[in-house]
Design a protein around this ligand. Structure first.
Ligand code: MLT
Length: 322
């Protein structure tokens, strides 16, 4: 019996040791629950490229879309807990959706935290042809077109949808939400004038704002964005209190070896410390968390607190799954 126990112990420590020494031995997949070209996809690709330098393996981005991101998260939850599948997500996909969709998984217990990622406020943007030059004029125009004015989203529960519902609740607007597989394709339609507005992540709209292809009205934060100092805050633009910051994170399937989580975390921390990567992210309007917030434990605490805060709000908003 003792020999068996010893053998098992040696095997376990052997496996853990082997993982610690050799992980990763093959490419790692990051499951992004939204379409390519959007803000989640962009951040996953920027980080994946830099993490390759640290871990010596390629990071493959898999865009598994639908149902406000809950399809992609489910794909990651069901994956083997071996360190080779990572779930990319945010406030919408890893908090809000649990209060909207009858999910076959539990976000707080079926995934293990790896690291909190950069966050960004939302920006209210419209097609250029919309006859409004300020947030007040935009709200007046939207109110004059109830149930007709269209707002692009990445599906019920996504960041752009929560932002839209929040704006509706604060202003009494009635928007017609148009779901896309991500705000990447939604933005393409906004530039083309096919939809009226998006309450979008600043990082997604930044380029089109800079090239003047869409019109920004306000940043959902108390302070202006250093990447776009000309855009007023919601307080300055006359919709005080419409604050919303979309945070992001990485998780792995529950039971993934601790050593793999430690190495993935270290690779992200190194990437976020890289001046070139930092500059790219900040230029997009993203804010990098403080160093002490970049541990798996810190994400676990933050995730739980955000769930406790947002679930009652989302449930009260009575948001229906698509
Ligand atoms: C995306 O990458 O498309 C976004 O994260 C979608 C959203 O939540 O609005």
């Amino acid at each position: 019996m003792r020999t068996l126990l010893l053998a098992a112990l040696l095997t376990a420590t052997g496996v853990a040791g082997a993982v610690a020494q050799t992980y990763p031995t093959k490419p790692i997949t990051i499951v992004v629950p939204f379409a390519a070209g959007g803000p989640s996809d962009a951040m996953a690709r920027i980080l994946g490229d830099r993490m390759k330098a640290t871990l010596g393996q390629t990071f493959v981005i898999e865009n598994a879309t639908g149902a406000g991101g809950s399809i992609g998260v489910g794909r990651a939850v069901r994956a083997a807990p071996d360190g080779y599948t990572v779930s990319f997500g945010h406030l919408g996909t890893h908090v809000a959706n649990q209060a909207i969709y009858p999910l076959p998984y539990d976000m707080l217990t079926d995934l293990d935290p790896v690291v909190l990622l950069p966050s960004n406020p939302m920006v209210v943007v419209s097609r250029n042809s919309l006859p409004a030059k300020s947030l007040q004029e935009l709200i007046a125009w939207l109110k004059a077109n109830p149930d007709k004015a269209t707002a692009g989203t990445a599906g019920a529960g996504s960041g752009s949808h929560i932002g839209g519902v929040y704006m509706q609740n604060l202003t009494g607007l009635r928007l017609q939400f148009v779901p896309y597989r991500g705000t990447g394709p939604a933005l393409t339609d906004l530039v083309a004038g096919q939809i009226d507005i998006i309450v979008d992540q600043a990082s997604n709209s930044m380029q089109q704002i800079r090239t003047g292809n869409i019109r920004p009205y306000a940043i959902t934060d108390r302070k202006r964005l250093s990447a776009a100092p000309d855009i007023p805050t919601v307080d300055e633009a006359g919709l005080p209190g419409f604050y919303m910051t979309l945070w992001n994170g990485l998780w792995v399937p529950k039971g993934t070896p601790k050593e793999a989580i430690t190495r993935l975390n270290a690779a992200v921390v190194e990437a976020l410390g890289d001046p070139a990567v930092k500059q790219r992210l900040v230029d997009l309007g993203l804010e990098i968390p403080e160093r002490d917030q970049l541990t798996p434990e810190a994400l676990a605490v933050w995730h739980k607190a955000e769930a406790a805060k947002w679930w009652p709000i989302i449930k009260a908003a009575n948001i229906k799954p698509e």
